[in-house]
Design a protein around this ligand. Structure first.
Ligand code: HMH
Length: 221
């Protein structure tokens, strides 16, 4: 079975690389990212995840089989019950409650990315939606694993962004990313035609560019 994720990544290689190797990621990896930038990022990411939870809820609605519904439900639970807790835990230390986070103003880059994904789902089918979601879920799995590997346990222990890195490098998130990849392959087996591949690669590339814009926003606002 061909891995459609690898094909999409190759088709959008430049955009993918600009996303996963962004300066924000590099600086975070070497522990040189200013804390203010990380805090801004995390607040926007909280708002981002609320919209991504909606996108996964939309994936449930767009499903025609119970298996597709259950996979989207698992992704939704991973956001609501696991990933958002990281944001709440870290923000509480800075004196921000989850209510404060929810009240924060969405930056344009957050709005642009999340509404793009929601629109892929609203105007397209399940394969469009999961293609637009893939750079997010699978990309963070790749970034987390790479940072954890390059640092090693000794450096990670004292790293200022240890919890963030461990969250995305950890087995629970890696499992979510692997499941997203398998699901995308299963959907592609059912619905992908060669003619359609170009369109999907376009959506995938756009999502990667919006991810890079999201990092950039956190460095520059
Ligand atoms: C911007 C962004 N992309 C991907 C993820 C992974 O869920 C996240 N939390 N935030």
């Amino acid at each position: 079975m061909s891995d459609v994720f690898e094909r999409l990544k190759s088709a959008a290689q430049e955009d993918w690389d600009a996303y996963v190797n962004h300066m924000f990621v590099f600086r975070m990896g070497i522990g040189a990212l200013p804390q203010a930038a990380f805090q801004r990022y995390l607040v926007q990411d909280y708002l981002f995840l609320i919209q991504f939870a909606r996108a996964n809820a939309l994936a449930i609605y767009k499903s025609r089989t119970l298996a597709d519904m259950r996979r989207a439900k698992a992704a939704l639970s991973a956001i609501l019950d696991v990933e958002l807790n990281l944001h709440i835990r870290l923000s509480e230390r800075w004196g921000l409650s989850s209510g404060d986070l929810e009240q924060a103003r969405e930056e344009p880059a957050t709005t642009a990315y999340t509404r793009f994904v929601l629109d892929c789902g609203a105007s397209g089918d399940l394969l469009d939606l999961h293609t637009a979601l893939a750079p997010c879920v699978i990309g963070y799995g790749e970034i987390g694993a790479r940072l954890a590997d390059s640092l090693g346990p000794a450096h990670l222990a004292e790293h200022p962004y240890r919890e963030w890195i461990e969250e995305y490098a950890g087995p629970a998130y890696q499992e979510v990313a692997a499941a997203a990849r398998l699901h995308l392959n299963a959907l592609a087996e059912r619905a992908l035609t060669e003619r359609r591949f170009g369109e999907l690669a376009g959506l995938f590339g756009e999502a990667c560019r919006l991810e890079a814009d999201f990092w950039q926003m956190s460095l520059t606002i």
